[in-house]
Design a protein around this ligand. Structure first.
Ligand SMILES: C[S@@+](CC[C@H](N)C(=O)[O-])C[C@H]1O[C@@H](n2cnc3c(N)ncnc32)[C@H](O)[C@@H]1O
Length: 188
């Protein structure tokens, strides 16, 4: 367990949501699904998904990360300082277009902001933003007792996206159990 991550979880339990960083089993899968050259990550933390994304991102690609936790942002900037493709903003993901500019729509948005912990209004605002992109990829923790059934957030995502696919990671490969959605809108 990472000391900084656990400390920030104890300080801000709702925003960070667990004392565990996302495991490579999930992070690598999410990163392998990114599409396009303009990628945004919401809730980048210490970079558990960010670094795999950078490994997949084309040389001419751009990655913009948003996290409300200042210490996480400082650490992540430090870890990635030699890579000109990444910019880390210590800001709420809701401010994305303020930083990107209105004309710049991300090809993919990767997200580990804990939707089950934040206010409904905040979640709705984020999903409305996400729905402007062709691919939104949020991760989610789930209870494996509902064998095979997608988590309840599936219904919420379906209000904003035409196509939603739930991809759980096998329970033995991730703790707490987690998976990710591929949510697509066709903007043609
Ligand atoms: C579950 S942690 C995931 C961290 C990291 N991606 C990982 O894989 O270990 C959730 C992260 O979302 C950030 N966060 C929560 N609400 C946010 C918001 N509205 N905008 C941006 N980041 C947010 C937290 O600070 C935290 O770093």
């Amino acid at each position: 367990m990472n000391r900084i991550f656990v400390r920030q979880f104890l300080r801000h339990p709702r925003a960070v949501s667990t004392p565990f960083e996302i495991w490579p089993s999930l992070a690598d899968k999410m990163a392998s699904n990114i599409e396009g050259k303009l990628v945004v990550e919401w809730g980048s933390g210490l970079g558990a998904i960010t670094l795999p994304i950078l490994r997949q991102l084309p040389e001419e690609g751009e990655l913009y990360c948003f996290d409300t936790d200042r210490e996480f942002c400082e650490e992540l900037r430090d870890k990635t300082r030699d890579d000109p493709r990444i910019t880390v903003y210590n800001s709420d993901a809701q401010e994305m277009y303020f930083f990107l500019g209105m004309g710049k729509v991300p090809d993919t948005i990767v997200c580990s902001v804990p939707f089950q912990m934040i206010k409904r209004k905040e979640r709705g605002a984020l999903l409305r933003l996400a729905a402007q992109s062709p691919l939104f990829m949020p991760m989610q923790y789930y209870l494996p007792i509902f064998d095979g059934k997608p988590p309840r957030m599936m219904r919420v995502h379906k209000r904003y996206f035409k196509e939603v696919q739930w991809n759980p990671i096998p329970v033995k490969d991730h703790f707490p159990p987690a998976g990710y959605y591929l949510c697509r809108n066709n903007h043609d």
